[in-house]
Design a protein around this ligand. Sequence first.
Ligand code: NAD
Length: 513
Amino acid sequence: AQQFGMTEALAQLGIKDINDGTSTGIQNFANGEILESYSPVDGQLIGKVRMSTPADYETAMKAATEAFKTFRLMPAPQRGEIVRQFGEKLRKNKEALGKLVSYEMGKSLQEGYGEVQEMIDICDFAVGLSRQLHGLTMHSERPGHRMYEQYHPLGVVGIISAFNFPVAVWSWNTALAWIAGDVCIWKPSEKTPLCGIACQNIIAEVIKENNLPEGISCLINGDYKIGELMTADTRIPLVSATGSTRMGKIVAQAVAGRLGKSLLELGGNNAIIVTPDADVKMTVIGAVFGAVGTAGQRCTSTRRLIIHESMYDKVKDAIVSAYKQLRIGNPLDQNNHVGPLIDTDAVALYQKALEQVVAEGGKILVEGGVLSGEGYESGCYVKPAIAEADNSFRIVQHETFAPVLYLLKYSGDVENAIALQNGVAQGLSSAIMTNNLREAERFLSVAGSDCGIANVNIGTSGAEIGGAFGGEKETGGGRESGSDAWKIYMRRQTNTINYTTNLPLAQGIKFDL
Ligand code: NAD
């Protein structure tokens, strides 16, 4: 942790004593067992945190429900001001927090900074939005009546997040929830608990400086068991859960069982279609970054390349040769392109996927493998691999959260490529590389991509704050971030006001007394 200024970064973020389990942030919702966080970068212990017990959870819920009673009364633009101050603090802490993200999760330093930048961007977006939580007015069918709709906050929003975006996903939810007047209770991934503490320390300062109740932002660290308390809790009207489809199915059923709302951001199986009219250079950049960026651990990572047979060899050769340039190593060192996987369990799943693609008849084009020796002591560094495969292979149908790219061939019309692209259970991100307007428009049409994100001449990976983010089918159907995603954090109320001295009923119904 001495390297790359990590010690200073941790101190700046309020994570001071790594060995006594007290790196638990400002709130005291953590009296349970110790959870150790090891870096996949160098295998070193970064810190120990205490997990929350069911009793701690109750304390946190009490703080949250109390805080909601006052926070909801604050005018939305004033809540926007709190989010603005939060964005300012993030700007000041961008370097330190970006470093911690990189060190605890293993993504490249630039991507760590990028993740914090996303947090800043969603704050800016939310500040503007705090003056634009618009409802509609309608014309009443009854004389002397006015009808309109308004949005009120929901209450306590539960956030369950994944390891791969350990800070941004929280802020996508909180920035909107807070301007909406909700309070939040967050369970970060048990693989990145220190990122959770760092974020909580930053917002806690803003809350304190404004004399607001602490419960506006509550952090509970722990594994799925503490998450289950949230999904079962009728005091949480909305559970926003990001992670695997396996987790999403469990969470969705638990929340639906009590008729709560869930916002699900689950796994992807994203493809780029490469047509005969594609720009090969752009395709290579988009595909390689999409497949190996964050070591293939983005929900939007490119997993499949669907290439027209006329272009197949050309694109294949260009990508295989680009893979030869990749430098794998410490992600804090900006000379490296590919960092580690999150842990050795993820490495085992990567190895299994490569075995399975061969067993199903696939052909390895770029060999994978686990790296060892100096710089690779954590055992989490793997070689990005490419295999020729068929869309029907079970392993191709499955999201392997690692840098494994499958090349698929199509012939004939772009419709055939779209059928392959849509022929998986997930529906997050998709892209087409083409300079042919007809192909691009067909890809975007009603009969085109069935994903929540469909791009033209851009890869599948990454997205801007301004658009609604999320996907269909087994990706869960939720939308976060921009556009009108704020509406899920609020309840809609339709109001009709009668300003006459009569009481006419709707639909002309007569009821004379
Ligand atoms: P995961 O499903 O293992 O864990 C995600 C979170 O869910 C963790 O905090 C975990 O503790 C919690 N959890 C697990 N089971 C639970 C249960 N029964 N009840 C309550 N909480 C439970 O996922 P991961 O390995 O951390 O992340 C990788 C996955 O996340 C990939 O599938 C990736 O595609 C997906 N992801 C999706 C998006 C998106 O926006 N669509 C974004 C990031 C990651």
